[in-house]
Design a protein around this ligand. Structure first.
Ligand code: AMP
Length: 283
């Protein structure tokens, strides 16, 4: 695996590979490191679809809010490198801040049609504009044919598709299913902050979503949501930040399944002081 820290080096390398073989396809997996099986499933997807896989490990400051703990974000880079090598990643892009955002770069405000202000955007203003700026830069440097994102961050996948639509030369956005622990908890870099017992217990979130999906067939959506909320509220130490049914394209809240072509349930539950994000597609 080639480890590259400078943007210019990465662009030059990929350009020369493309010159040699114009048909080569490049898959790109953006991450913030502290890799787990969820990230690795994106790598597997990229390795199987594209000729060359580039993975970035960069904790992007522009997507963190003032109160969010950027400094404490885990950075186990040696372990990440080992996992990436085992996953057959071809190139690790490991830039410093200035390589992603040179002094000549002006941060942009993308026209996201309000997607950035909904759901997670309510409590994280600026987060999705930060995500778009970093993706914009990565897409510019790498020019991937495919970029791989996890359904785990559902809103991010919708925003990434919108960004791709806005860019002249953008990759095809591939969304990979949520990788879960055996008992159902969605894998996340944040799960290390849960106690062992908490990690087992937190499976109640997926149980609630799974049950909600079944209930939505038999009762109306509002009742099904209410039942799921009661179930989660009854779990000791759990508080719901939000549990919403949304249109999978506009991210607007819906009250019935007929209101949109695609409907997802998105949730954040605070448990043992950790914000646990999860979602399930209803249709
Ligand atoms: P992060 O490092 O948290 O920015 O995540 C990098 C990518 O990995 C994003 O596209 C995430 O959605 C994806 N990802 C994180 N957790 C999972 C998971 N449990 N299953 C699938 N993809 C995931």
């Amino acid at each position: 695996m080639n480890i590259i820290k400078a943007s210019k080096d990465l662009s030059n390398l990929l350009d020369s590979i493309r010159r040699e073989n114009p048909k080569v396809t490049i898959g790109f997996v953006p991450t913030m490191g502290a890799l787990h099986e969820g990230h690795l499933s994106l790598l597997t997807e990229s390795v199987s679809r594209a000729d060359i896989t580039v993975c970035s490990v960069f904790v992007n400051p522009t997507q963190f809010g003032e109160k969010e703990d950027l400094e404490k974000y885990p950075k186990p880079i040696e372990k990440d490198i080992e996992l990436l090598m085992r996953a057959n990643c071809d190139i690790l892009f490991l830039p410093e801040y200035g390589q992603v955002y040179p002094s000549t770069y002006t941060h942009q405000i993308f026209e996201l049609k309000g997607l950035d202000h909904k759901i997670e955007g309510v409590s994280r203003p600026g987060h999705f504009q930060g995500v778009c700026n970093v993706l914009f830069r990565f897409f510019e440097i790498i020019h991937p044919d495919f970029a791989f994102f996890g359904q785990k961050d559902f809103q991010q996948t919708v925003v990434a598709k919108r960004l791709a639509h806005l860019m002249e030369k953008a990759p095809y956005i591939v969304v990979a299913p949520i990788k879960r622990e055996a008992h159902g908890l969605a894998m996340s870099s944040r799960n290390v902050r849960l106690s062992d017992k908490g990690k087992m217990n937190a499976a109640f979130i997926y149980r609630a979503l799974h049950q909600l999906k079944e209930d939505a067939v038999e009762m109306n959506l509002v009742e099904a949501l209410q039942k799921a909320k009661q179930f989660i509220d009854a779990q000791k130490g759990a508080t719901i930040d939000y549990l919403l049914a949304v249109d999978t394209t506009t991210l607007d809240e819906v009250n019935t399944l007929d209101q949109a072509e695609g409907v997802a349930i998105v949730t954040v539950v605070n448990y043992e002081g950790v914000r646990l994000l999860d979602n399930i597609i209803l249709k």
